[in-house]
Ligand binder design. Structure first.
Ligand SMILES: Cc1cc2nc3c(=O)[nH]c(=O)nc-3n(C[C@H](O)[C@H](O)[C@H](O)COP(=O)(O)O)c2cc1C
Length: 316
């Protein structure tokens, strides 16, 4: 069955948003925000902080599995932390070769590694050796750093070094988040590897999903920002796939989820960061729902969750 996977999004798709989005439905798997690995074996509390689902069999409260993502360039350190993540209960490891952030690239992690396919392969092989043949190992790459010249070689080496699965965000690092995503490049990659290739980038509607699958030929699609702006997008896609009428959720239908989100923020986030977390999602939802935008505009200067909660309740 074709899967829809919630993309890892640092600072955005934490366990709280994963909980909300997977309650709505249509998502088959989540990947955590990256856990940054330098040279140390991280203590379990770091894994639990970025993946509180570990305490729940590594599933969201809705029962959707969550896979831990690691980011770094030190093969031995990545391997040791991968072993630890599996021991703590992650149902697999995802390695990030796509992150464009400057600080990350200065410490030689993320997309910068795509300039050196042999290094990418060495990292994957070292992690594979440490975790054994039975553990699930996936990698996530962009099409390259500045050019796409090494896209096929990177994918082949990722497969050759022992990854079970590859997600391709169909842009280079230099292309950033500028549309379009080059889905046809995913097809080129699929032609040179046998492992499943998950397509990613610029899926905002069920039509984009269908076009992405057609252009890439991929069975599975990873969706990031589209699911944050339109939390019912995976459900819409599922309905479309089943040949059922696609009904978009109205704002009143979404309000209980937003109120649930506020409750989770209230319970889990330090007080000084709470209002910013709620405003962040209202602002992004505001690109689709005018009522969310109104809540954001009216709530900009409010500080307490009770005030923001009341705005959302009265926005219906
Ligand atoms: C705010 C933000 C944070 C991200 N953090 C990560 C991350 O931690 N790990 C990763 O592999 N990709 C990360 N990405 C990239 C996304 O996983 C995804 O590849 C990208 O957003 C393209 O998909 P989309 O067009 O569906 O959003 C991030 C993207 C955004 C917008």
């Amino acid at each position: 069955m074709s899967r829809i996977i919630l993309a890892p999004m640092e600072g955005l798709a934490d366990n709280i948003l994963r909980d909300c989005l997977t309650q709505i439905g249509g998502i088959d798997l989540c990947v955590t925000e990256f856990i940054r690995v330098t040279t140390q074996l991280l203590p379990p509390k770091v894994f639990h902080r970025l993946c509180p689902e570990l305490a729940n069999g590594c599933k969201t409260p809705a029962g959707i599995p969550v896979r831990i993502q690691l980011l770094g360039s030190d093969p031995e350190a990545l391997a040791a932390n991968a072993v630890r993540a599996l021991e703590l209960g992650s149902p697999g490891i995802d390695l990030n070769f796509g992150c464009p952030a400057k600080t990350v690239n200065r410490s030689q992690g993320g997309a910068v590694l795509l300039q050196e396919p042999k290094r990418v392969a060495h990292i994957i092989a070292t992690v594979r050796h440490a975790i054994g043949d039975d553990a699930w190992l996936s990698a996530k790459m962009r099409l390259g750093f500045a050019t796409k010249d090494l896209a096929l070689e990177n994918a082949q080496r990722i497969q050759g070094a022992g990854a079970n699965e590859l997600t391709v965000h169909a842009r280079t690092k230099v292309e950033g988040y500028r549309p379009p995503a080059h889905w046809q490049w995913i097809k080129k990659i699929r032609q040179v590897v046998e492992i499943p290739v998950i397509a990613n980038g610029e899926v905002w509607t069920p039509q984009d999903y269908a076009a992405c699958r057609k252009a890439s030929g991929s069975e599975d699609v990873m969706v990031g920002r589209g699911l944050v702006w339109k939390p019912d997008l995976a459900l819409q896609i599922r309905h479309q796939r089943a040949g059922q009428p696609v009904q978009e959720w109205s704002w009143p239908a979404l309000v209980p989820t937003v109120l649930y989100f506020i409750d989770l923020v209230d319970a889990q986030v330090a007080v000084k960061f709470q209002d910013a977390r709620v405003k962040q999602w209202l602002k992004l939802l505001g690109r689709v729902y005018p009522q969310a935008n109104a809540c954001f505009e009216q709530g900009k200067r409010l500080k307490t969750l009770n005030e923001l909660r009341s705005l959302v309740i009265h926005s219906q």
